[in-house]
Design a protein around this ligand. Structure first.
Ligand code: ZN
Length: 126
């Protein structure tokens, strides 16, 4: 009788662990799919969960029309240091323009999969 009770208890415990792990994973996946988009008409950025098969430009909540593009993140400051809150920049190449893109904040060139500043700069980041 006691053995059966323990078995039941263990089953419940295992189930709880499994359920919480599963929901944690789901949270991670949702966060991973959330990207920052910039509405090129208003210049405002917003998070958006990227859906399979979705194509840019996506609908911007600011214009109600497809005017938003996936943004790159620039973590540089004008004086060559790192910052924790990035500036979101749409690379012109994404818009089909053969031009270089420069960050409006620090003036550095921004490219697709924009590289982060080196780790040591983040230690003294603002
Ligand atoms: Zn910048």
């Amino acid at each position: 009788m006691i053995v059966a009770f323990c078995m039941a208890l263990l089953t419940v415990a295992a189930l709880l662990v499994w359920v919480s792990a599963a929901s944690e994973n789901r949270g991670l996946i949702e966060r991973a799919n959330t990207r920052i988009f910039v509405c090129t008409e208003t210049g405002r950025s917003f998070p958006h969960r990227w859906q399979e098969g979705e194509e840019e430009p996506i609908e911007s909540p600011f214009t109600g029309r497809p005017t938003a593009w996936l943004a790159e993140q620039c973590y540089w400051t004008r004086d060559g240091r790192a910052k924790r809150t990035p500036t979101y920049v749409v690379v012109k190449e994404r818009l089909g323009l053969k031009e270089k893109t420069f960050c409006p904040d620090c003036g550095r060139e921004v490219v697709s999969h924009n590289p982060m500043p080196p780790e040591e700069l983040f230690r003294s980041a603002e």
